[in-house]
Ligand binder design. Structure first.
Ligand SMILES: [Zn+2]
Length: 173
């Protein structure tokens, strides 16, 4: 039903749009039950062209839906704000997985999952710590070395004891 292939990162917006689709009436007979038969980005790149079919009269029509990108703001530790960046998130994970047996695909899937969780919160502003915890959770299952690496940077281990505590947590699992 969804076509995520062309712009994976806008998943959440499509879900948003899908809610609108439910209410999309047939322009011929006003039947509220219409189906999407094809979705693709419109030439302007900012909207989605959808071919729809009416379940009642069988007629087909096209809609153009605007993908609205709501900017998500990240609240940093020092309380300053910056716009959410997938690239930044991805780079953090890639750095943690440097020279580890973790495929690019696995990293991408993990970032996808985190991104979906972030947007599902439906908040305009999210503390960077929330994302940090999500990354730690993800890395824990992916690669233990990457997890400790990320945790040591993220948690800013002040001494070897906090580091050992974190390490112990892994070993005890
Ligand atoms: Zn109809």
């Amino acid at each position: 039903m969804f076509d995520f292939s062309f712009a994976r990162r806008y998943t959440i917006y499509y879900i948003e749009i899908e809610r609108i689709i439910v209410k999309m009436k047939c322009p011929y007979c006003s039947n509220p039950d219409t189906r999407v038969v094809d979705s693709r980005p419109a030439e302007d790149g900012a909207s989605i062209r959808r071919r729809r079919s009416c379940d009642l009269c069988g007629k087909r029509f096209t809609t153009y839906e605007k993908v609205e990108t709501i900017p998500l703001i990240i609240i940093k530790k020092d309380n300053t704000r910056e716009q959410y960046s997938r690239m930044k998130l991805e780079n953090g994970v890639i750095r943690a997985c440097y020279k580890r047996p973790v495929s690019a695909e696995k990293i991408e899937q993990m970032v996808d999952r985190i991104e979906t969780s972030i947007f599902s919160l439906e908040e305009k502003e999210i503390p960077s710590s929330v994302i940090g915890e999500m990354v730690m959770d993800g890395l824990k299952d992916l690669d233990e070395v990457a997890y400790v690496r990320f945790a040591s940077v993220y948690r800013e281990f002040k001494d070897v004891n906090t580091f050992m505590d974190e390490l112990k947590k892994i070993l005890d699992r």
